[in-house]
Design a binder for this molecule. Structure first.
Ligand SMILES: Cc1cc2nc3c(=O)[nH]c(=O)nc-3n(C[C@H](O)[C@H](O)[C@H](O)COP(=O)(O)O)c2cc1C
Length: 308
């Protein structure tokens, strides 16, 4: 049960909270190999890992095999346990730079990046990719085999095309096809948000791990719930609210993002945590008007009535 990489979200505080919520492996948000090459401080800050979050995968993106190898060595030195290569991001800015899912259209370059990264580090290297660019250009199977022969230790498939973005259903049958086609572990990503779905993805695809992204927002305890469900526990499918995890998350955001840097994250996560609560929309309106982190925390404490 694995936390998916989510840009702007799976930073250190959220990864620690998800570990505490039962995630067996957490994925850090993608980082630019070019920015690391130019010693960008904010990007370097994104490669700080905490003793309690291991195992953690660091995901790098870029299109220059040598910069990617350099970035891989950097995250290895910083203590990551896995280096993951992003070949799935469909965001315009990333595509313009020629990276993300664009690399699936340049199989020779994609192969060379995986080979260079594998040779650069001792860590296991994985690739996270999609079905292909469009329904007319589906190439995850041949690419997956190529990455395996270049030494990739595992693959993560988000079974949608670039053209689909995040729309339509994730085509889990493709995860099953990939798992059959390669010897290395395949992790499935897409549309899992409760125990029943996690169990179904495992059994219907034969994948080695289930990755959860959007389903963990406001529910970092979902990983434990999914484990319990799969082990046959009858207690619920989507888990119940864990105030101590919300409190821990707030504290970690305040500690790791000093000054007003925590404000956006506090607003975002408290909005997710308060979903479904009576009065949740009033809380969201209130905190959107507050500029000081401690004022937002006070509003959240009044709302959730955390136990002392
Ligand atoms: C806000 C957001 C940010 C994402 N950022 C990344 C990223 O940095 N790297 C990546 O490989 N995938 C990224 N993804 C894709 C997810 O990791 C995942 O594959 C996808 O959301 C499908 O899984 P889900 O249905 O569990 O969310 C992102 C998705 C969302 C919604």
């Amino acid at each position: 049960m694995i936390l998916a990489p989510l840009a702007g979200i799976t930073n250190l505080p959220f990864r620690l909270v998800c570990r505490r919520g039962g995630a067996g492996l957490v994925w850090a948000e993608m980082i630019s190999s070019k920015a690391l090459h130019f010693q960008d401080r904010r990007t370097k800050d994104m490669t700080v890992f905490h003793g309690e979050e291991h195992p953690v995968a660091a995901q790098i993106f870029g299109r220059d095999p040598f910069e990617m190898a350099e970035a891989a060595r950097f995250v290895q030195d910083r203590g990551a346990d896995i280096v993951d290569i992003n070949m799935g991001c469909p965001v315009k800015k990333i595509l313009k730079s020629g990276s993300g899912v664009q690399l699936m259209r340049e199989p020779e370059l994609a192969r060379s990046i995986v080979g260079e990264v594998v040779r650069a580090v001792q860590l296991p290297v994985t690739v996270k990719f999609r079905l292909g660019w469009s329904d007319e250009e589906i190439n995850f199977l041949p690419l997956g085999r190529v990455f395996q022969s270049e030494g990739a230790a595992g693959l993560v498939l988000h079974p949608r095309t670039r053209m689909q973005g995040f729309t339509g259903a994730a085509r889990w049958e493709a995860i099953a096809e990939l798992a059959k086609a390669v010897r290395i572990p395949v992790i499935g990503s897409g549309d899992v948000s409760d125990g029943e779905e996690a169990a179904r993805m495992l059994t219907s695809t034969g994948c080695a791990g289930v990755m959860v992204g959007r389903g963990a927002l406001g529910k970092p305890w979902i990983f434990e719930t999914m484990h319990a469900y799969i082990k046959g526990s009858k207690v619920g499918n989507s888990g119940s609210f864990r105030p101590e995890l919300v409190q821990m998350h707030i504290q970690l955001l305040l500690e790791h993002l000093p000054g007003r840097r925590s404000v956006g994250h506090l607003r975002k996560h408290l909005a997710w945590y308060s979903k479904g609560f009576a009065g949740g929309s009033a809380l969201r309106r209130e905190i959107n008007g507050l500029l000081e982190p401690l004022e937002i925390v006070k509003a959240a404490e009044d709302f959730f009535q955390f136990p002392a």
